[in-house]
Design a protein around this ligand. Structure first.
Ligand code: NDP
Length: 255
């Protein structure tokens, strides 16, 4: 009973930005739970390496390298999946970038790049996935938010605006698509050990600030998102909609 609730066998999961980092960890975790995986990123070689690693571990995987900010490429990727009779049962909108500088120094082009990569892509890919999920009467959408969905920190204004947007885009998806059998939820990771945070991991001042701030007194590991991802991708969450689950070592709970 408890096993089948969280079983992803027979489901296909497209995880954007899964050639490395958190997306890759979610892909590996969902594969172990039985899902067929579609790996995405902009670099075809990195995508193929991730696909090869999953296959070597005995999992079903294929690659779909495209830039999530390129609407034509997104539409074409879904058409290729349709042509191969591959239905996306679980979409994880994970691809994202960070850019750090004082707000007064951001150009509008930099602002747009962060918003398009971290927020607009979730709308476009979510829309393409949902059209097909609505026709089938079921589907799971998991958007990757952040502590920045709730709180601001100096130097990451466009990212914070995008991640705040992810929280309410998730609610919009839930209220529009719930009656069609779709659950749209988000995961808000805390500070996790990935390439995106290399500059912070290397910064002694940041590390001491983080250790004073996060109740768990440590960084999060990418694989620690897997439990929440499997829950939100599985039947276990069939009546959970429009929520953000924070996986943050208790950070948002702390003064
Ligand atoms: P990484 O930088 O480690 O990995 C990013 C992934 O996204 C790569 O696979 C990259 O592939 C892909 N990617 C980036 N831009 C695009 C694009 N335009 N089109 C397609 N793929 C793209 O990031 P993380 O794993 O750390 O972050 C993943 C998500 O989690 C992001 O949304 C991030 O905001 C969020 N997050 C991360 C936290 C953390 O502490 N690390 C905390 C909270 C949220 P490639 O380079 O080949 O294109």
């Amino acid at each position: 009973m408890s096993t089948s609730l969280f079983d992803l066998s027979g489901r296909t999961a497209l995880i954007t930005g899964s050639s490395r980092g958190l997306g890759r960890a979610i892909a590996e975790g969902m594969a172990k739970a039985g899902a067929r995986i579609v790996i995405n990123g902009t670099d075809p070689a990195r995508v193929e390496a991730a696909v090869a690693a999953l296959r070597a571990a005995g999992h079903a995987a294929k690659g779909a390298a495209f830039d999530v900010t390129d609407e034509a490429a997104v539409v074409a990727a879904f058409e290729r999946l349709d042509a191969g009779a591959i239905a996306v049962d679980i979409l994880v909108n994970n691809a994202g970038i960070q850019m750090r500088k004082p707000l007064v120094e951001f150009s509008s082009a930099e602002w747009r790049k962060v918003i398009e990569t971290n927020l607009t892509s979730a709308f476009i890919i979510g829309r393409e996935a949902a059209k097909r999920m609505i026709a089938r009467g079921r589907g799971k959408i998991i958007n990757i938010g952040s502590l920045a969905s709730e709180l601001a920190r100096p130097t990451i204004a466009p990212y914070t605006a995008a991640k705040g947007g992810i929280k309410n885009l998730t609610r919009s998806m839930a209220v529009e698509w719930a009656a069609s059998g779709i659950q749209a939820n988000a995961i808000g990771p805390g500070y996790m050990l990935t390439d995106m945070n290399q500059a912070l991991m290397d910064n002694a001042d940041f590390n001491s600030w983080l250790m004073s701030r996060v109740p768990s007194k440590r960084w999060g590991r990418p694989d620690e998102l897997v439990g929440a991802a499997i829950f939100l991708g599985s039947s276990a969450s069939d009546y959970v909609n429009g929520q953000v689950i924070y996986v943050d070592g208790g950070m948002l709970a702390a003064m």
